[in-house]
Design a protein around this ligand. Sequence first.
Ligand code: IMP
Ligand code: MG
Length: 175
Amino acid sequence: MADKLSTLFREEEVNKRIAELGAEITKEYAGKELLLICILKGAAPFACELAKRIDLPVQLEFMRCSSYGNETESSGVVKISLDLEQPIRDKHVLVVEDIIDTGRTMNYLLEILKQRGPATIKLCALLDKPDRRVVDVDIDYTGFVIPDEFVVGYGLDYAQKYRNLPYIGVVEPEE
Ligand code: IMP
Ligand code: MG
């Protein structure tokens, strides 16, 4: 049976917010080159839209980490299943993630990336679900802060579905 979805942020709202983030990042990194690290798969639509809104020399790299857990919660045991194609030493790195939930995945990943000696490293997340936080994560650029609801669309999935929705929606619990 099809899941019931309700819209949380319309496509226009999401794109407008990403354009604002892009403008802010452009200003703060003026005169520098930026290396965006897109965390697959969820952050791909966000990272691509964001990259288009940053008016600086930008490189785009991809990383994939699987965090063992069930469908809706990560365990904190993170495995890098796709790594970067280049060293990040002395680069200005901006990690782009879809959502920070418990914070476990990003807390672990940022530690690993910091050990590789970037000049600076910051985090940009499309969504922040602070009510669910288990470990502290500093988010430098946040798209939207959301309540504790399971969201899909704009890259985010529910059992690998809905990543292609152009808006952000909430999956309604089944009756
Ligand atoms: P964390 O380690 O708990 O912060 O988990 C972050 C990861 O869990 C994200 O990259 C998503 O893949 C997934 N996730 C957490 N909340 C949601 C949600 O509401 N919808 C879809 N995926 C989610
Ligand atoms: Mg993810």
